[in-house]
Ligand binder design. Sequence first.
Ligand code: FRU
Length: 515
Amino acid sequence: MLIITIGCSISCKKNTSVENETVTPHETHRLQYHFSPPAHWMNDPNGMVFYKGEYHLFYQYYPDSTVWGPMHWGHAVSKDLVHWEHLPIALYPDSLGYIFSGSAMVDWKNTSGLGTQTDPPLIAIYTYHDAVKAEKGDSTYQTQGLAFSNDAGRTWNKYEQNPIMKNPGIKDFRDPKVFWYEPQQKWIMSLAVYDHVRFYSSPDLKTWTLESEFGKTSGSHAGVWECPDLFPLRVEGSDTVKWILLLSINPGGPNGGSATQYFIGHFDGKTFTNENSDTTTIWLDGGRDNYAGVTWSDMPASDGRKIFMGWMSNWLYGQVVPTETWRSAMTIPRQLTLHKDTSGFRIHSNPVKELESLRDSEFSFQNDTLLTEMDLTSKIGFSPAQMEIILELEPDSVTSDIGLSISNSRGEEYRIGYNLESGQYYSDRTKAGKDTFSPEFAKPIVITQGNLREKNLRWHIFLDVASCEFFADNGAVVMTEIFFPNENYQQLKLYAKDGQVIIRKATFYNMKSIW
Ligand code: FRU
């Protein structure tokens, strides 16, 4: 992001708290089943960790405004990844700086000595951003800090000897993501360092040794590197394990602004080796609104899933979107899996199964023919604003375009679909509603998908008042997009051009609100 320095005393511990504050569900544009703060500014998800039956979600939070400012870690917990309880702010800025992005982990062996073997501590490792130093032109303003909790994340103590990692004189030196590397019994930290990632190791989470660097010449460098996440993932249908390095960049995303790329390769406890060429850039999401996402730490082995969540916005316009009392939501949680596709190894993203618990009324049909347009508004029996959709479609050989349109009585319309001639999926929010807040917002986009003229299409779509998350080709294609209609969408249509499409099966669920 563009760091703006806002005049604020960084040592001020505010009494502001989100404890017991609940989201006001009926505010305009308030998403109904995505995580968002009750009020004020939020960006990156931080410190996502599973501990004692709870999923913790911390997040970049500024409790005094609806735009970015001195960062805190907001906090929420969930037992099912779907319903969230807002907790008090976990980490406040202190004399070392604002609390930027980072990770949290369970120190099972109490390597840090900050808990006990029987009651292992939760550790948070994050970046300190010293705005005063930054303003003076001192480039050492980002350092890493540690905090620990001995009560399942309810209260946090900052480590007395912070910072645990000083700055070597590089302005962008942030977003530590830490995990336990079992084969060598040590912790590994991935850190974003301007145009590359540095890997450090530690026996105790407090002292860190530089192991290697990766990426100065790899992938996209159209923006600053941020929020790395390194983890192993088994290739589906085989025993092969590959290492994935997620890496967010801003600006320079394929559709403008912020986006997340990833690398696939090998990690030996010291060095990450990219198995693709330096010029290969692979994006995690073809939409504009999925940034700074990372995965949950310490998922139980019996579960084994890699679960991802991103910030559902974009630094191009995130601070000016037309929500009045809060800004931004997270994506739905997604399971990441690794597959060998026609274009090589690729991550597939799919909604976590826990979301099924939100399904309310259902409308479905099978084996119908879509010719030009099918208006489903009166058939589904609920508002399309808040909906999960699963479509199995078989276009004939002359169909050139298939899609889904949601619209309202003001003529505002959002479309998402597939152009069979170009083989591109697209999301079109050019007429979706409010867009004058940013010239960058409404530009149309397309993304290319792998299997041109794939015969059987299966789409999984989540609409939530002001967002669409679209999963196709078993999660190989993902588009995450936000929009701001002046009134909730009320009409739902499917459309096809030039040919006809057999709708093998279509299911529409009204989704319950989590608030
Ligand atoms: C990514 C980011 C991080 C930083 C945080 C500050 O969106 O810029 O690199 O730690 O946001 O809020």
